[in-house]
Design a protein around this ligand. Structure first.
Ligand SMILES: [Zn+2]
Length: 162
């Protein structure tokens, strides 16, 4: 583990990034997204799993989470998980191009964090079908404000064929 890992406010397993990359490529040319599941360790967010949310109107430039559906999917998941510590810790969505999180994305992250007691993690997985980049952000209350931290960017390598 490097110093950077110890300083990171979002801990996320490499296999989750790889799985989100697969989901992003499968959804092309549209965006897809969903929730992040895990737990909090002080102001750090540990991401352990992801859930996908459907959309009846897939779009190429925006993924909006349907709050009703998100609540239902989350409730169902938490009823069936054997991990009592697990809960909602953030959201992910994809970009069908190598575009970083937009201003609208950061506004959404801020609004979500403002409405949530603990800190949240956000992942934007950008892919053009070949290369992919995962943008990881953290958002949480700091005093009266919501702070956003651009945590790091991970370039996803093409999976090696067996
Ligand atoms: Zn976006």
């Amino acid at each position: 583990m490097t110093r950077a890992d110890l300083d990171a406010k979002v801990e996320i397993a490499v296999n989750i990034i790889a799985e989100l990359n697969d989901a992003a490529k499968t959804a092309l040319p549209y965006e897809t997204g969903g929730l992040l599941i895990g737990w909090r360790d002080g102001d750090r967010v540990v991401v352990r799993r992801w859930l996908r949310l459907g959309t009846s109107h897939p779009r190429t430039n925006r993924f909006e989470i349907d709050t009703k559906e998100a609540t239902m999917v989350l409730k169902h998941y938490l009823r069936t998980t054997p991990e009592p510590l697990e809960g909602y810790v953030g959201a992910w969505h994809t970009h069908p191009a190598l575009a970083p999180p937009s201003e609208t994305d950061f506004e959404t992250f801020t609004a979500s964090a403002a409405a949530t007691q603990g800190p949240l993690a956000f992942i934007v997985l950008a892919t053009n079908g070949g290369s992919s980049t995962a943008h990881i952000a953290w958002a949480g209350h700091q005093g009266a404000h919501v702070a956003i931290r651009r945590e790091r960017t991970i370039t996803v390598e093409r999976a090696r064929s067996a």
